[in-house]
Design a protein around this ligand. Sequence first.
Ligand SMILES: N[C@@H](CCC(=O)N[C@@H](CS)C(=O)NCC(=O)O)C(=O)O
Length: 241
Amino acid sequence: MGLELYLDLLSQPCRALYIFARSNKIPFEFKRVQLAKGQHKTEEFRKVNVLMKVPALRDGSFTLAESIAILLYLVQKFKTPDHWYPSDLQKRARVDEYLSWQHVNIRAKGSKLFLSKVLLPLITGQPLPPEKLEFLTEELNVVLKQFEEKFLQDKPFIAGSEVSLADLVALVELMQPVCAGYNLFEERPKLAEWRRRVEEAVGKKLFQEAHEEIMNVKNLTADHFAPELIENFKQQLLKQN
Ligand SMILES: N[C@@H](CCC(=O)N[C@@H](CS)C(=O)NCC(=O)O)C(=O)O
């Protein structure tokens, strides 16, 4: 059995893995796990990831969860070009620094805005109150400022002159609020230029292909979701709001 990646391209970490693997010509079998259909809650998927989240990897009898761990596994197993995860101690530390920071900052705030602006109204039939949207956007703006000032600064990429895992992980997360209708690049020319460079580095066509589904997320309707998931989802989303 070859390498299998369990993915739903509506998910940011799944897109990072998909783009990374395809961009580096890593052979893998794409195992689609549709979150909206509850396919991550099956007994079959539990055997791959007991945490019941995507992405997940299976390589023979070995299974692995967590996107960052999976990316690092692929880097080492397939000896991908050095710039992705530089061997230079300090450049690598820059990548690690971003990958450690992003979970509860860019990822958390970007996802929250996306889920509240797109999924919650879809499921409840109620639009998000404008003051709530403003609050969530402001929360995201705070971490975007930190991203620009601390991580990107005036460099072409986070680790310096070449693209790394940090840039890829960052950009797929930032696309989530963009797909929810908040074009955060519009008033941030430095970020917009960085986005252009990252897309070019991984391959523009591949980047677009990976984002096709999420770009059309606003066309989804409630019947796209497995009924048993809707109530669960609603409670989860309302709790976080
Ligand atoms: N820290 C994990 C996060 C994984 C995660 O939260 N995946 C989401 C999709 S983006 C998921 O599977 N959610 C389904 C659920 O929580 O029920 C990673 O980086 O892989």
